[in-house]
Structures are given as structure tokens and as C-alpha cells.
Write a protein that binds this ligand. Structure first.
Ligand code: AHM
Ligand code: MG
Length: 324
């Protein structure tokens, strides 16, 4: 039984990674253990429901969105390695410690619509090395491939931590004493799948290639794909990506015809990029239908992006339909 505090120093040493990176990861996890405590209590702590506020993206905030955000900010600010942070729930970046070598971006509680109905939610995080010089928004606008590490904590039937420091993917489960214990190393996303995830209620807004793709999947063994597909939609991206990490699948949130200023619903910097790095490290693939997710040059902290990620052959198939 390897605990996270035993694993991290060993992993850093094996791969010649800086201690500061391990310390930042531990700080994020410490905040997530506190978030877990709040999520588990729900109505008992009076923390379900709306906060009565909105974020910069015009979304209503839940009380737990605000609490999770504050727990992460408070914990990261006290870590000397953290130079700055950016959050789904903060308009602009937050400066932390001048001498810190790392930046952290996070979605404090992803899957907000599921909080009040006791369905899995999660925290997503991305760790970047801080570039030289003063801290500006540009310091954060690094390609996903340049992340120093990323991961998520899934508050589901079990609370699990999944992360990568770019040397494989590791899965830890929170025990009753509050310690993360390693339960899996290097899960691999199968290259092929028979399972897809998309919000079908948006179908009438999709562009032609996505219409064609989903029609092919729905045709099952009577269509060109020659096999039957199953569908899942949790509406918590963390839970969908965890399912895909465990047994394969393809997850999509495409750009559609509704609002040209919004290329998709999900955010590049603290949703798509960190989860794409985890999946790529596990042999999966991820893109926006025309480009690999991790190669996109970010232009804004809250930039939205179309998402197709999961089993490699399926992601490549969707890409081919879009290029045809
Ligand atoms: P959130 O960060 O406000 O929770 O929004 C992101 C979530 C994802 O977890 C999920 O994949 C998607 O939004 C669900 O969208 P929909 O409401 O269209 O089902
Ligand atoms: Mg989110």
C-alpha cells in the first residue's frame, strides 16, 4: 500500500523532477481533501443550492463552487512554490508568491449541475512552470503540451485522485483516515471503443460532420461502422473522462451553430488541456476536430474549445470526417 506522500518523493527522484512540483501537487490535493469533506456533507452542512452570484462567464455559481474555489485559493496562496493561479470562478488571474516557480489553473468543482442531485463532480487542475519575468495573463497562455502536470479529483462513490507529471498516469483512492492510497498505475485507454458520450439534446445545432458521425454510431451494426454503440452522459466531464480512462470511449462537446463567439462549451485551460494530458499519457487522444488539443496556442484564460477525446481510433475517425 503506497500512500501519496510516499509516492511523490520517489516519483520525483525516479524522473529527476523538481521538489517544488511535488509540493504544488500536494497542496492541490490537500485542498481537494477539504473540498471532499464539504461535498460529502452536502445538505448536512447547509451548502447545497445557489450562491446567488455569477462568474465571469455568465454562469450561476453554486455555494459549493464558491467554497471549493476559496479552499483552493487559500491553500495555494500559502505554498511558496505557487506564483499565481487562475480559476473558472475568478475573472482574472490571482498573484500568489513572487518567488514561486509554478502556476496552477483549475476548475474547482466541475459538473456544477450535478452538485444538488448527488451525482459525481470533480476538481480539475493544470500545473505550469512560470515563465521568467513579471506575472501577466500571458504567463498562463501556454500550450497544453507544455503543462508540467495535470489531473483531477473525482468525488464519486469513491474519492479518487488521478494525475500525471508526464511520466505515466497514477490513480489513488482516498481511505477512511484521509490518505490517498495508490490503487492503479498506468491505466491505458483502449484504442477502439463501442461507447460514446455527447449531449444529444443539442443535435439540431451541430454542424454536418458531427451529424454524420453520430448518425453512423446510432445506425450500429446496420451502418458503415458495423458495430453497435452504447451511450452515456453524466454531465460531469471529470466522471466521463474517468470512465474513458478505465474502459475506453469517446467524449464530445462540439462547437455548434448557436453562438459563433463560443467554439464549444468547455474551457481549454482548466478543463480540456489538463484532461487531455491525462488521456494522452494513457494512450488516448484529444482534439478540437481539426487540431490536437495540446497543440492549441491559448489566447485567453477562459477560452472555450470544441472537444473530442478518448479512444484513439475513434478520435481520429471524427477528425477525418471533419477534414473530408
Ligand atoms: P461546469 O464547469 O459549469 O460544471 O460546466 C462543465 C460541464 C462538464 O462537466 C460537462 O461535460 C458539461 O458541462 C455538461 O453540459 P450539459 O449541461 O450540456 O450537459
Ligand atoms: Mg467545469
Amino acid at each position: 500500500m503506497t500512500t501519496l506522500s510516499q509516492f511523490i518523493p520517489q516519483h520525483l527522484e525516479n524522473h529527476h523532477l523538481p521538489e517544488g512540483l511535488g509540493s504544488v501537487l500536494e497542496a492541490i490535493v490537500a485542498a481537494c481533501v477539504q473540498i471532499n469533506g464539504q461535498v460529502r456533507q452536502g445538505a448536512l452542512a447547509g451548502i447545497l443550492g445557489e450562491a446567488g452570484t455569477g462568474n465571469v462567464q455568465g454562469e450561476d455559481q453554486k455555494k459549493l463552487d464558491v467554497i471549493a474555489n476559496q479552499l483552493l485559493i487559500n491553500t495555494l496562496k500559502t505554498n511558496p512554490n505557487v506564483a499565481g493561479l487562475a480559476s473558472e470562478e475568478e475573472d482574472t488571474f490571482v498573484a500568489c508568491n513572487e518567488n514561486g516557480g509554478y502556476l496552477v489553473l483549475f476548475d474547482p468543482l466541475d459538473g456544477s449541475s450535478n452538485i444538488d442531485v448527488n451525482i459525481s463532480v470533480g476538481t480539475i487542475f493544470s500545473i505550469l512552470a512560470k515563465p521568467e519575468g513579471g506575472l501577466t495573463t500571458e504567463s498562463f497562455l501556454q500550450k497544453g503540451r507544455d503543462q508540467a502536470g495535470s489531473g483531477y479529483v473525482l468525488y464519486g462513490p469513491q474519492t479518487q485522485l488521478v494525475f500525471t507529471l508526464k511520466h505515466g498516469v497514477f490513480v489513488f483512492t482516498l481511505d477512511e483516515a484521509g490518505n490517498f492510497v495508490q490503487t492503479l498505475a498506468n491505466p491505458q485507454v483502449p484504442a477502439q471503443t463501442k461507447e460514446f458520450a455527447i449531449n444529444m439534446s443539442n443535435q439540431r445545432h451541430w454542424f454536418a460532420p458531427m451529424q454524420q458521425y453520430i448518425a453512423e454510431l446510432l445506425a450500429g451494426d446496420t451502418g458503415v461502422r458495423g458495430k453497435n454503440y452504447n451511450m452515456r452522459w453524466v454531465a460531469s466531464m471529470v466522471a466521463e473522462i474517468h470512465r474513458i480512462l478505465m474502459r475506453g470511449g469517446v467524449f464530445m462537446y462540439p462547437q455548434d451553430a448557436r453562438d459563433p463567439s463560443k467554439p464549444g462549451k468547455l474551457r481549454l485551460m482548466y478543463e480540456a488541456n489538463p484532461l487531455s494530458l491525462v488521456l494522452e499519457q494513457a494512450g488516448g487522444a484529444s482534439g478540437n476536430t481539426v487540431q490536437a488539443m495540446l497543440d492549441i496556442q491559448p489566447e485567453g484564460l477562459h477560452q472555450r474549445v470544441a472537444v473530442v477525446m478518448g479512444s484513439r481510433e475513434e478520435v481520429e475517425y471524427v477528425g477525418r470526417l471533419h477534414r473530408a
